[in-house]
Design a protein around this ligand. Sequence first.
Ligand SMILES: [Zn+2]
Length: 441
Amino acid sequence: MAMANETVTLLRYAKLPGLGWRRGQAIIGKNGKVSPDYMFLGKGKSKRKTHAPEGHYVLRHFDGRLPRYKKLGNDPSEALDELQRAKSELKFKNSGKAIGYILPSPVSVKRKLLAEYGREFLEQKRSPSLKLAPDTVKLYTVIVEEFVRVCGKSIPEDITEADVIRYCDGLDRRYSDGVRARRYTSLRGFLFYCGLEPKRLITPSVHKRLKSYEKKKVRIYSGVELTALLAVCDTYHHALFMVALLSGLRDDELAHLLWQQVDFEANVIRLASYEILHKGKTIRLVLKDREARDIPLFPLLRDELLRLRELRPKAVFVLGTKNDLPNVKILYALKSKARKAGLNCGFCRGCASRNECHRFHVHYFRSSFASYALKAQKDIRKVMDWMGHSDLETLAQYIGAADNCPAWLTNLYVLPDSNSKSEEAMPSSLVFPESSKKPTK
Ligand SMILES: [Zn+2]
């Protein structure tokens, strides 16, 4: 005969409208999973499935005839894990008692592995209903996979504060403080998922250090710098830097931009990942997050591109080298033109060691684009689309960066009114030839 203390039951404790707080059996479906937010209410024939979203799970076992309850969270799969764990613990205890052993408590049972928690956590983050940006999901993946590897612990219970510090130290060696701070915060979310309490695990002073970072100001090129830089450029480099400034493309996107992607008719650059065969080589562009985007041809950008197209009518790459291959030395070109324009600061480490000023970087054209375009545009979402950002938060850092800049700079990012476009004549080849209109007999 089964003794009362041989069973553990998973219950749900929830507040029901008109009834108050009630306990009811959790519902485990045919797939073996706990169905979230529902419980059974009543007994026998009056037993019915009840929607009970406001509540959490509870484990019940009997100490003699006394029911004992253990509070669990509101995560159905975690609750099920707890149930399985408690069942095997109890089974072990009872079998020991039956043959007269006194077993040390708590009994060691097979615990869920950290790697399993990691897989489940990421699966949850990927679920469509959470609507997380691809960037965010990717970041979680990097963090969880790296932490699981670096900490070297197989079950969450063994994780210590030292593991977290070691992980953050590793980040500090490779990235900025901001990256470390953000990843540390996300890691806490994962640790919480594993059933740990980050607040208890990490002492307040350590937490304060790990989450803090100095917010760097966005660097954008000023009107004076741009004027001086462009003044020392030949046609090609003029176009290169103007396209960078007026399109906001990333380094590799600039290098790999195809003429095929420039649509003069629709007045846009249609940026998309690609793989082409060119001069016997496979050349590919993989966009961040694989997100294609359209960037408008602002009047000056359009002029610059039209001029360049005239110069290189047969080229495949817009900003390619003389041999029509992706220019991988854009940064080098920028540094040398800045030097030539007398723009080097003269006292940074770059200036001191290689005569290449740290104040000039291809990426700052992108920052400039975002800042000036934001100032010129009322619709922030448009700028977000042009930048290829999946969330507004990333763009926020550029708001206000272009305050007090000369008006001519922001005006570069204004599209002519579409209504003022002159009526263009239909190409003659579209019209059905006059002769064939004649009825055939
Ligand atoms: Zn410098």
